[in-house]
Design a protein around this ligand. Structure first.
Ligand code: ADP
Length: 302
């Protein structure tokens, strides 16, 4: 009996040893398989790393070429703009003298054509000046001349200047200026340029007999925000992200007919960024637009 049980126990044990040996063999096989997979994956990783290194080098190369191309573009633009401005100034000067009839009387047709030469010339000169400004800013050669000035005065001056160009539209301008803000610091010429661009767009795209609001408020201790709010034609949602791109116009035919070039906002953005400010737009089609910018350099009188 005892012998029989011992035999049975031995059989059991042998069976278990067999099973465990099989399991062990399975594990070893799996490990071998994993090892092979790992080495394949390792090889793939090595190839990918090499490809990345090559792509990185190509990217750096491309970047250098882009910087060089940009330098050439800016040099070309600033040289061309200078070359174009000289003869253009002569055209403008002589056409102005002619229209003033210094050299003899002109008939109606001649006056009309001379005035056309003059207004087209001034338009072209504005465009050249804007392109030259953009090229100079991109080339990093513009140095701001920061001065203290009274913001109320500058807004008044700019607004009355723009208003005279749009007198027929009978647009009212309303100011809401935080009473704590009086003297601010910025480059006056550039500050005026920013205001002129935004305010003339607001006039251009406003309907007759409406109101434009200029709001100046403090958004932080040393930051002011200037908003130009119109109730004009507004801008479609999908156009908003492109508003500050060069030559972007929401309706090319209409905007060109209104004398636009699509460069004003691109230049305005650069001028604001030069002052370490921010610029943005909110708008609703057929309701109106708010173009705003911030200026971090504030010296309030209070
Ligand atoms: P321009 O006015 O010379 O065409 P801008 O760069 O100043 O160029 O403006 C680009 C475009 O943005 C305009 O052509 C117009 O389509 C749109 N835009 C600018 N300001 C306004 C505004 N206040 N309301 C509606 N559309 C505007």
């Amino acid at each position: 009996m005892l012998h029989c049980e011992l035999e049975k126990h031995k059989d059991n044990l042998e069976q278990k040893v067999k099973e465990q040996t099989r399991d062990l063999q399975d594990m070893v096989e799996r490990l071998q398989c994993n090892e092979e997979e790992l080495s394949v994956q390792n090889e793939e990783l090595r190839v990918k790393k090499e490809e990345l290194i090559v792509q990185n080098e190509e990217l750096e190369d491309l970047n250098l070429k882009l910087i060089e191309a940009n330098r050439h573009k800016n040099f070309f633009l600033s040289t061309m703009s200078h070359e174009l401005r000289t003869p253009l100034n002569a055209i403008l000067g002589f056409s102005q003298s002619l229209s003033m009839q210094y050299f003899g009387m002109l008939n109606e047709k001649q006056i009309e054509y001379v005035n056309l030469i003059n207004s087209s010339g001034s338009h072209l000169l504005d465009l050249i000046n804007d392109i030259l400004d953009i090229a100079k800013i991109d080339a990093g050669t513009v140095i701001l001349n920061i001065e203290s000035f009274c913001i109320h005065e500058i807004i008044e001056v700019v607004n009355s200047m723009i208003k005279t160009q749009y007198i027929a539209k009978n647009i009212t301008c309303e100011y809401v200026i935080d009473s704590n803000i009086s003297i601010i610091k910025a480059d006056i010429r550039r500050f005026k340029q920013i205001l002129i661009n935004l305010l003339s767009n607001a006039h251009k795209y406003s309907l007759p007999n409406t109101t434009i609001k200029i709001e100046v408020s403090k958004v932080a201790d040393n930051v002011i925000k200037i908003s130009i709010i119109d109730s004009g034609i507004g801008i479609k949602k999908e156009d908003l992200k492109n508003m500050f791109l060069e030559f972007y116009q929401t309706d090319h035919t209409r905007d060109q007919a209104l004398g636009g070039t699509g460069i004003g906002l691109a230049l305005t953005k650069r001028l604001v960024l030069l002052h370490h400010g921010e610029i943005g737009v909110e708008s609703e089609l057929n309701k109106g637009s708010t173009f705003w910018f911030t200026l971090p350099i504030v010296d309030s009188s209070g």
